[in-house]
Design a protein around this ligand. Sequence first.
Ligand SMILES: [Zn+2]
Length: 292
Amino acid sequence: MALEKSKKIMPHPAEYVARQDRLKRSLEGIFGIVQSPQGYDVLGEHAVRLAKAVDCARVPSIGADGVIAEVPDWHRQRIIPIVSLYPSEVAYTTMDGIAQEQYNAVLREPDLDNAVKWDLAVMYFRNTKKENHHRRELSIPAQRSGKTTSSVVNMTRKGQENIAAGVIGQPSIVVNERIIQLVEMIDTLSHEMIHGADYLDYPVWMMDRDGMAEQHRLSYELRAHAIGWRVGRIALDQGYRMIGGRSMLASSEAVESIRQRVNGDFLSPNAFDPNEELIEALDDAGLKSIYS
Ligand SMILES: [Zn+2]
């Protein structure tokens, strides 16, 4: 087992520089799109939120030990680190735990009891100490174009098995280095950046207030797909080339067309409602995996 573990493949630091450049170019592409008149027309207030998220994006280098460069004082800042990995690779982050902004949101939560807040406080302060040498493994499944990941603290109620509340930590984004086309990277990054902003803005989930975890997740996924797909479309309109067919963009398009058919206008208040009809339509189309 120990031998297996040491066999993990990590990106070569010198080779990784090219990936950082491509990530930066994709982020610049998104920033240009959301700040263009067309971006604002199509995305409305989501354009502003995405621009803010891109502003928080960080593209750290990776060391020979596979650990990504820590952003100094990361937990006191609003940052969203991004790494690009092949499905066969792993990297490690020390920027894991609860960031200050999230901790503040926990403290503001009137329905979380104090014992829970104390536990989270311990976690927050522990994870901000360098001497902990805490690192979390990052990777990407072959079939995914990107993912946003963090530690999660789940809470159950006394005497009950079901999870009643959860607090999500500092987000990290991993994108699939197999993505060849810049447009696909722009769609994927837009989608994941929205998740990153969601993690920082709404770190607390409570079943009594927010509904079942699965439905809550679906609502967030619908929004991320709707935004990612639109940014990808605008990129094509603005002259980004797509050579050959779409591979990964296809799922965003499928999800968004179903959402639009059932819930209507993207800018309407109920656009991302996780209702029964929508759940059924997604399940029928074989898209259940986007939220479950
Ligand atoms: Zn997603």
